[in-house]
Design a protein around this ligand. Structure first.
Ligand SMILES: [Fe+2]
Length: 171
């Protein structure tokens, strides 16, 4: 893809399978070794992963993702600095935008070359290997995404690096 994202035509997630934002926001962060901005001090933490329910996981596997996946909610309470992920790509489904002017951008040579306000409740595939981040005022409280990462997204890593990077053991 030329751009750093594309919307994909997957079915919408049934509302009843998604917990209320207040509930998600209060859940304890998951412990992941992957690169998320999750300092130990909760007061400084701006982005963290939260576990989804078993019901939602089952629905995602039955209806969309036949491949092996990692899934969590990502909660962001503020802007995300430009960065590249270890994974190559992921799928996002935005539940709460955080604010009407919050945008996701791609940077090249220190310049923002593309930006987009993602539509909530719509699946998109994001290229995580380009420099990307978010900016804008989080007027409505935290941003919450449902984020799916196929294991295949780490296939550029060798097995040892993969296991060290994300703490996930392959069989
Ligand atoms: Fe990222």
């Amino acid at each position: 893809m030329n751009t750093f994202y594309e919307y994909v035509d997957f079915p919408k997630v049934p509302k009843e399978l998604i917990e209320a934002p207040e509930v998600i926001f209060k859940k304890p962060p998951m412990t992941l070794k992957i690169q998320l901005d999750s300092p130990n001090d909760p007061a400084k933490r701006k982005h963290w992963p939260v576990a989804i329910s078993d019901h939602l996981y089952t629905w995602l596997k039955d209806n969309i993702f036949k491949e092996e996946i990692l899934v969590w909610y990502t909660v962001s309470s503020g802007e995300l600095e430009a960065h590249k992920d270890v994974r190559q790509y992921c799928y996002n489904y935005i539940l709460v935008t955080g604010g009407d002017d919050v945008v996701t951008y791609k940077k090249q040579n220190d310049k923002i070359v593309e930006y987009v306000k993602f539509e909530p409740k719509r699946w998109l595939k994001l290229d995580n290997h380009v420099l990307h981040g978010t900016f804008g005022e989080f007027k409505n409280g935290p941003r919450i995404l449902l984020q799916i990462t196929p294991i295949e997204s780490y296939s550029h890593l060798d097995r040892d690096v993969f296991q060290r990077s994300i703490g996930y053991k392959t069989v």
